[in-house]
Design a protein around this ligand. Structure first.
Ligand SMILES: Nc1nc2c(c(=O)[nH]1)N[C@H]1C(S)=C(S)[C@@H](COP(=O)(O)OP(=O)(O)OC[C@H]3O[C@@H](n4cnc5c(=O)[nH]c(N)nc54)[C@H](O)[C@@H]3O)O[C@H]1N2
Ligand SMILES: Nc1nc2c(c(=O)[nH]1)N[C@H]1C(S)=C(S)[C@@H](COP(=O)(O)OP(=O)(O)OC[C@H]3O[C@@H](n4cnc5c(=O)[nH]c(N)nc54)[C@H](O)[C@@H]3O)O[C@H]1N2
Ligand code: SF4
Ligand SMILES: [Mo]
Length: 723
């Protein structure tokens, strides 16, 4: 069922890393000229695709070096062991499927569908997502399909939906060229969405603005280029936004006509904002009142304001409220649904957007539908060809709830695909213990030796990007067909094909009869007709012939006829047609610093590495630029703990302790320390498992954990050992 490699020695695809979704043009290994023959393992070279409308030929170090990551250390055959203290043995696909069928049927008979769960990924193609969701939510009757987007985008998803009535990001990348003020809040755009950042800088070099304001507890490559950097205390973003709202009220920044015609809830919001005087915001956020006043003045002055945000906002126990806080400001000042303006969430992973459209979280169904909505369930059941009532009316378990279910012995099968939770989940020691109690852990993975492999019983080799055909959707709602241009190694198969084959073998031949990824996609887009994310006019053939397209793109739309911006008529898809303003009071960190744990640890990314490094570890250039993980500490905090530059220390939280090497820097806010997330347990001597220290407390609406803040203390090694 694997897609055949394309015959041309050049191929086009969306970059498989961040949600900017740049277009790449790939060239076959030059020396062999036989890049498509099954034994060709030369390195494909990547460069920016000048024809891709989202990136216009631009690319960053990760996209440019992706060819170097594709063939090292790959899984080539299914692996099995009955117990995790045994070594793996290679097995056939036949045997792998019979284990799965047998265990799933036994679980259904003994405990029912709630004992099954899949944990997928924003790095799935739309087709992978669609097949997995149809299998679990439709065929097996369990909504326990969640994805790592829960750790990434779920506050943006929930926040948009609560404020605007739907989860469609309203803006497009051209807005970067049209904005007069860009607020970058909780995003290190320069390192994590580099091509978009370069687009902003290019305009500034030409003297065409825009003004840039960065909100981040650390000075970063992003804030280095800004007109104003508000180095707030971690977890105080919502307080800052309320203080800004207060000043908009004071400085005439309210668009009264817009508020009256297109929003609801202003009276309550006004009361909240009035209470957040600049002096109060200054005290809570730890910034100068004058800086907040400057930002407010620029906001009121600008004809177009764009807010970009990412994990500094979403990964918070009040992530959804903070997203609403951003939307509030745009709505009240009429800065939405027009060129250059709006609240624009930068998506993390290459297909986080597609995942939302395909229903890739435990509460969602395809086409921006909700599990809890009976009409939505009925429409999907009909389309999928399952009996009425097949889909469970209750939302499934979000990933942390899956961990808790394992602790209670309630999950019999946990299937992890295209994510590496034994690095990326919070409370890692607790996760490891919970997973060890699960009778069958299945891992679909492209590379050998990951941290999650260490806890798995059955490992399935996945064909990855470049080896399977399918669709990804980037942050500006642009849909790109990624071609298969290399053969998968050994017996690796596309994720969608693995789920489909299993569906077949479980007795649903008709529902899983797709012959190729194009048929999966066709079935999915038909389900989006008439929905906000209408993609029903798209197909693999159209995308192959006419290149990437933006949705909404209903049937009959001409190529290039998708919609650049949403809500341009200021009508919002809520019951009243008005956007909703929310007056959530700021709460701050779930685990604030105290006398015993006086510092806040925040965890994020560096420019060259991708997450758990399974791919970027193979790129020499990247390894050289980022040789080891370092704890960034302000010299004052270091001095207070008796620590010196270049030395080592122990960093301790309520959940664990790590030995780290120090980088003393005035670029981090005193009281805050930073670790990169990338170096997991498989990195040998360099391992630095930041998430052993982090807690799992989450936003109650989005269930997104607060991965940006945990209380810690620092000690010199000697002292720590003496204790
Ligand atoms: N190089 C690289 N790029 C990537 C990725 C990668 O692994 N490597 N991953 C991709 C993915 S999936 C994602 S989600 C994005 C993430 O993109 P970003 O969110 O930009 O990256 P992070 O480093 O996680 O966090 C951004 C910033 O948030 C700041 N921060 C911490 N706490 C707070 C807070 O309380 N308030 C505010 N305002 N800021 C805070 C941190 O100091 C950090 O500089 O990057 C994508 N792009
Ligand atoms: N403290 C803290 N923790 C964090 C974050 C943070 O900022 N702070 N960020 C969070 C966020 S935003 C994210 S997105 C997560 C990311 O965390 P993960 O999702 O765990 O990280 P990745 O390394 O991207 O994992 C993807 C895995 O899929 C494999 N893979 C690649 N392609 C394919 C394929 O086609 N099929 C299959 N089956 N496998 C494939 C890769 O080899 C890799 O092992 O981490 C989260 N954790
Ligand atoms: S900016 Fe993101 S999508 Fe573009 S090349 Fe870099 S990693 Fe890939
Ligand atoms: Mo992410």
């Amino acid at each position: 069922m694997a897609s055949a490699p394309a015959s041309s020695p050049t191929a086009r695809a969306q970059c498989p890393y961040c949600g900017v979704g740049c277009g790449l043009e790939l060239k076959a290994p030059a020396e062999s000229g036989r890049g498509n023959s099954p034994d060709a393992h030369g390195t494909w070279t990547a460069r920016g695709d000048r024809h891709h409308p989202s990136s216009l030929g631009q690319v960053c170090v990760k996209g440019a070096t992706v060819g170097e990551t594709l063939h090292h250390n790959r899984l080539t055959t299914p692996l099995w062991r009955a117990r995790t203290d045994q070594p793996f043995a290679a097995i056939s696909w036949e045997r792998a499927f019979s284990i799965l069928v047998e265990r799933i049927q036994a679980t259904l008979a003994r405990k029912g569908p709630q004992a099954l769960a899949i944990y997928g990924s924003g790095q799935f193609l739309c087709e992978d997502y669609y097949a997995a969701n149809k299998l679990l939510k439709g065929a097996l009757g369990s909504n326990n399909f969640d994805a790592n987007s829960r750790l990434c985008m779920s506050s943006a998803v929930a926040g948009y939906a609560r404020s605007l009535g739907s989860d469609g990001p309203p803006c497009c990348y051209d807005d970067l060229d049209l904005a007069e003020l860009v607020l970058l809040i909780g995003t290190n755009t320069a390192e994590c969405h580099p091509v978009l950042f370069q687009r902003l800088l290019k305009r500034r070099r030409k003297g065409e603005g825009p003004r840039l304001v960065v909100v981040d507890p650390r000075a970063t490559a992003t804030s280095d280029a800004a007109d104003l950097h508000l180095a707030i205390a971690p977890g105080t973003d919502l307080a800052l936004l309320c203080g800004l709202g207060h000043l908009l009220l004071e400085q005439g920044g309210v668009d009264q006509a817009f508020v009256a015609a297109h929003t609801e809830g202003f009276a309550e919001l006004e009361i909240l904002w009035r209470a957040w005087t600049p002096a109060r915001a200054e005290a809570v956020c730890g910034i100068a009142e004058a800086d907040l006043r400057q930002l407010a003045a620029w906001w009121c002055e600008a004809s177009a304001v764009l807010s970009l945000w990412s994990m500094g906002v979403n990964q918070s126990r009040e992530g959804t409220a903070t997203v609403a806080g951003i939307c509030n400001l745009h709505l009240v000042s009429g800065q939405i649904g027009k060129p250059g303006a709006g609240p624009f969430s930068l998506t993390g992973q290459p297909n986080a957007m597609g995942g939302r459209e395909v229903g890739g979280l435990a509460q969602l169904l395809p086409g921006y539908r909700a599990v809890a909505n009976p009409e939505h369930r009925a429409a999907v059941e009909r389309h999928w060809g399952f009996a009425a009532g097949s889909i469970d009316p209750e939302p499934g378990l979000a990933v942390w709830q899956q961990i808790e279910a394992m602790e209670r012995g309630e999950l019999d099968l946990w299937w992890v695909a295209a994510t590496n939770p034994l690095v990326s989940m919070p409370s890692l020691d607790r996760v490891r213990a919970a997973v060890a109690a699960c009778p069958l852990v299945v891992l679909s993975e492209a590379y050998a030796g990951t941290e999650t492999e260490a806890v798995a019983h059955l490992v399935l080799p996945a064909a990855q990007w470049s080896e399977k055909e399918g669709v990804m959707v980037n942050s500006e709602r642009r849909v790109t067909l990624c071609r298969a241009f290399r053969p998968p190694p050994g017996e690796a198969r596309p994720d969608w094909a693995i789920f489909a084959e299993l569906g077949h073998r479980l007795g649903f031949a008709e529902q899983f009869g797709w012959r190729d990824a194009g048929e999966v996609y066709a079935e999915f887009v038909a389900l989006t007709a008439g929905r906000m994310c209408d993609s029903s006019g798209l197909s693999h053939a159209l995308l192959a012939d006419h290149g990437p397209q933006q949705w909404p793109f209903s049937a009959g739309t001409e190529p290039g006829g998708g919609q650049a911006r949403l809500y341009t008529d200021h009508h919002f898809p809520t019951p009243s047609g008005r956007a909703r303003l929310w007056a959530d009071p700021p709460l701050g960190l779930a685990e604030p610093p105290d006398a015993e744990f006086p510092l806040v640890l925040t965890v994020g990314r560096v420019l060259g590495h991708w997450h758990t490094m399974t791919r970027t570890v193979h790129v020499a250039r990247v390894a050289k630029a980022h040789p080891e993980p370092l704890l960034e500490v302000h010299p004052h905090d270091a001095a207070r703990a008796g620590l010196v530059e270049g030395g080592e220390a122990q960093v301790r939280s309520r959940r664990g302790v790590l030995r780290v090497k120090l980088l003393l820097t005035e670029r981090i806010r005193p009281g805050t320390v930073f670790l990169p997330m990338h170096w997991g347990a498989s990195q040998g001597e360099l391992a630095c498992e930041a998430n052993r220290l982090m807690h799992e407390l989450a936003c109650p609406i989005s269930q997104q954990p607060e991965l940006k803040g945990a209380a810690v203390c620092l000690q010199p090694l000697a002292e720590a050992t003496a204790r």
